[in-house]
Design a protein around this ligand. Structure first.
Ligand code: GLY
Ligand code: MN
Ligand code: MN
Length: 465
């Protein structure tokens, strides 16, 4: 946990922004894995963590803006819990650690909420994402489960995003710890990536590193020779020479800040000519995009800069042709990179995505496109100092997508489909880093993880099986 002043300040800023009403934050509860007493590793809700810091199951936090009072509702453990879990601090003592002096048993929350509603006060709440939270909100607010999403507070969503999107120095330090763990995960994956080793063995090993050095992985590990599938969680292949391995993996720190790094390496460590050519194009896009990042720039413009770099490279490789700007304006690059350049990162790996991607990634001046590929941009809006985001360009050779575009006669001015046939067995490449937007530009977070062809070659000449 951070110092209590951090949480007091966050709640005070929330009150100032919101102006009136009550903000209700339901923390998460334990979730059953395969029977009630066997549970998933507990993960607290990120907005609850941000404002209340307490990493405990079954709590609710309330910010009463009108009365300038913050509450924790939660139950002290009973003897049964103590027998199984050991002695636990009292709720009132936990609350003091985050600057809260008003605590109540959890079952008092219903009367508190209904009393406030009866006196005409607005209850602000965020969109839930777990069934348990839907049910709890439905009961507390006397709204049907279906009605819960329709009554979320847009004001609260916007306020929470305004606060959480700008990271302070404590948060940056945590994110750098998460990247340091990712360094261990990715360099280990590189050392292990030799023919005959299974993807599962490497994926399991690096997930263990995350747990050993911080917390769980920040999202399920993506590790595959079939990197053309963007979020590939199948780890059933045995690595073979001539293929590349995409590893997209990050860790959570003990305070639940995330990292999200992707590296792509040739199995065995030596790039062949074709791999080196495509890899260098993606690396150029990654470097050009990072170099451009500064406050005041729309991230969508950085996305298109990366897209132009990819097209320039693919033209040199003979896979694309024509005018680069015209190709990007037409959307021809989306055959190779049908996703956005990156997303916000913080307490969630796709930070605050549960609050609504359009609220997090777009602003009044930046509206979402409806075009294939460009519509998937998660972050498009104007950058501000304190934003932490990912830069993750890729080139993917997705055979069914290639066939579909070709059969529809799409982008024939820009794509050399004959040449492209030779790449259907290639897979994909993504290179992803975590970046802080500073007052004057940007900073790549954490200890650099091998990224150039030379660095990867050198790193992979040391092997563990
Ligand atoms: N973790 C998937 C991504 O890179 O966004
Ligand atoms: Mn990633
Ligand atoms: Mn990412």
């Amino acid at each position: 946990m951070f110092k209590k002043e951090v949480y007091i300040d966050r709640r005070n800023r929330l009150k100032k922004e919101l102006g009136s009403g009550i903000a209700l934050f339901l923390g998460n509860v334990d979730a059953a894995f395969n029977y009630d007493a066997n549970q998933y590793h507990f993960r607290q809700d990120s907005s609850f963590l941000y404002f209340f810091g307490l990493d405990h199951t079954g709590f609710a936090g309330v910010v009463d803006v009108d009365n300038n009072t913050d509450y924790i509702f939660g139950n002290d453990v009973d003897m049964d819990d103590i027998i199984w879990m050991g002695e636990q601090p009292l709720v009132k003592d936990l609350a003091v650690e985050v600057g809260i002096h008003a605590t109540e048993p959890f079952d008092k929350l219903a009367a508190f909420v209904s009393g406030a509603m009866a006196s005409g006060r607005k209850i602000h709440y965020l969109p839930p994402y777990r069934g348990e939270t839907y049910i709890a909100l439905s009961e507390l607010l006397n709204v049907s489960i279906k009605g819960i999403k329709n009554n979320v507070s847009i004001e609260l969503i916007k306020t929470v995003i305004k606060l959480r999107e700008v990271k302070d120095s404590n948060e940056i330090e945590e994110i750098e710890k998460a990247v340091a763990i990712a360094w261990e995960m990715h360099t280990t994956a590189m050392h292990m990536a030799i023919p005959g080793v299974t993807e599962q063995k490497i994926a399991g090993t690096i997930e263990g590193i995350s747990l050993a050095l911080g917390g769980p992985v920040s999202f399920p590990v993506i590790l595959s020779m079939d990197g053309q599938t963007l979020h590939n969680h199948y780890h059933g292949n045995t690595l073979s020479k001539g293929r590349m391995m995409v590893t997209d993996a990050g860790a959570e720190t003990q305070l639940h800040y995330a990292s999200d790094i992707t590296r792509t390496v040739p199995v065995g460590g030596k790039f062949d000519t074709r791999q080196a050519e495509i890899y260098q194009i993606v690396l150029n896009a990654n470097i050009a995009a990072i170099k451009a990042i500064k406050p005041g720039l729309k991230y969508r413009d950085v996305h298109f800069l990366a897209a132009r770099t990819l097209v320039d490279g693919l033209k040199k490789a003979g896979i694309m042709k024509g005018d680069t700007n015209a190709a990007v304006n037409a959307g021809a690059h989306t055959l190779f990179m049908p996703h956005g350049l990156g997303h916000m990162m913080g307490l969630d790996v796709h930070d605050m995505e549960g609050l609504g991607e359009d609220y997090v990634g777009y602003d009044e001046q930046t509206q979402r496109s409806t075009e294939f590929g460009t519509a998937y941009i998660r972050l498009a809006k104007t950058l501000k100092p304190g934003f932490v985001l990912t830069v993750e360009p890729g080139i993917y050779f997705i055979p069914p997508l290639i066939d579909q575009f070709k059969n529809k006669g799409k982008f024939t001015d820009f794509i050399n489909y004959n040449k492209l046939e030779n790449y259907k067995d290639f897979g994909g490449i993504r290179i992803e880093d975590d970046i802080l937007v500073t007052e004057t530009g940007h900073r790549i977070l954490g200890k650099p993880i091998p990224k150039t062809i030379k660095e990867i070659d050198e790193t992979m000449s040391y092997r563990i099986g």
